[in-house]
Write a protein that binds this ligand. Structure first.
Ligand code: FE2
Length: 336
């Protein structure tokens, strides 16, 4: 990761997120046309080259987001790498299966779901107001989206063609397809058959409700007053005194939640891998060397590797952050 980036370039504020409303093949399909897609860290899987990437440096995973108004749906698809969602706001139905009919689970604020590569998934904001999902996709290059076959047909009805290089072609702008480039072949029955049919029971096994987080005060970061940590994704990491996550399989990255009482502090320490902090609720300050950055809910920050960092809750309510780190078992934090 680029160590020359200024601290302020490492902070992506929620209110400054730049959405793309034409990132994907289904952006004109009724019911999906109001969704906003964000690429916060890494290029993600957007099909529109005009999409704004807030932070480009490779982390070993990609961070993105989806914001959708009530009743807006993200069409059924799968990925070549793990896809994890944190519900930042709103109430969401996640549906499995090529036709979205195999299973459904409803997730609320703070809940997490980790979708493996062999499940078709889509999601709808079923709440009464706009909702935001924070998303982590595995690896630096997560490849392209595999859309359910009907998504191609719906897009074609609205003038959009997905090309073989992953770009989107707009037939309303130009009638002739670009020379030397063919449309992406529609997803085949064989590709569909390579996916699992999973019901609500499997969807429960791959998700964690925030009310069921196992809050600990025995991990390396939670040995301080007013701090609790929950292991969400990844296997046990003895160096960090972290037990198995609820979702304990290997993702290539680990995710933990940290809960901080007002006024609490995790003292200055150094880490040796990429660390991305997402503020779920409350106020959160991070002190990096001798700078203080003040974060609000929905903000994302990537801490420079090897730098000293301290975490502070400067507010009057509990603060909860979700931290994603490269590797299944990150190195121990070195307290100064
Ligand atoms: Fe996805």
């Amino acid at each position: 990761m680029d160590s020359s980036m200024k601290l302020i370039e490492r902070l992506v504020r929620y209110k400054e997120l730049k959405p793309c409303t034409t990132a994907f093949i289904d952006t004109r399909s009724p019911g999906s046309d109001k969704k906003e897609n964000f690429t916060i860290i890494g290029p993600g899987v957007a099909e529109n080259p005009d999409q704004h990437v807030h932070i480009r440096s490779p982390h070993g995973f990609n961070i993105g987001g989806a914001r959708q108004p009530p009743h807006c749906t993200n069409s059924q698809h799968s990925h070549l790498t793990n896809e994890v969602f944190v519900v930042h706001s709103g109430t969401w139905a996640f549906r499995s299966g090529v036709d979205a009919t195999d299973g459904e689970i409803i997730l609320n604020r703070g809940d997490v779901i980790s979708l493996p590569t062999d499940i078709f998934r889509g999601f709808e904001n079923i709440g009464q107001s706009s909702g935001f999902l924070y998303a982590v996709l595995g690896e630096d290059d997560p490849g392209r989206v595999l859309w359910a076959p009907q998504v191609f047909d719906l897009a074609a009805d609205h003038g959009l063609v997905l090309m073989e290089d992953g770009s989107l072609f707009d037939k309303r702008v130009n009638e002739t397809l670009p020379a030397g480039l063919s449309p992406m072949p529609k997803t085949t029955p064989e590709q569909v058959a390579a996916h699992r049919v999973v019901d609500i029971n499997v969807l429960k096994e791959i998700s964690i409700r925030s009310r069921n987080f196992n809050w600990l005060n025995t991990t390396a970061l939670s040995l301080y007053d007013g701090i609790e940590e929950a292991a969400l994704l990844g296997p046990a990491s003895p160096a960090e005194l972290i037990p198995d996550g609820h979702l304990n399989w290997r993702h290539g990255f680990a995710m933990r939640a940290l809960k901080m009482e007002p006024g609490s502090r995790v003292p200055a320490h150094i880490r040796h891998e990429e660390e991305v902090i997402f503020v779920q609720q409350g106020k959160f300050n991070i002190e990096v060397e001798d700078h203080i950055l003040e974060l609000d809910p929905g903000d994302t920050f990537t801490t420079p590797i090897g730098s000293s960092r301290a975490f502070v809750n400067p507010g009057h309510e509990v603060c909860t952050i979700y931290i994603t780190r490269r590797y299944d078992q990150p190195a121990a934090p070195e307290f100064l």
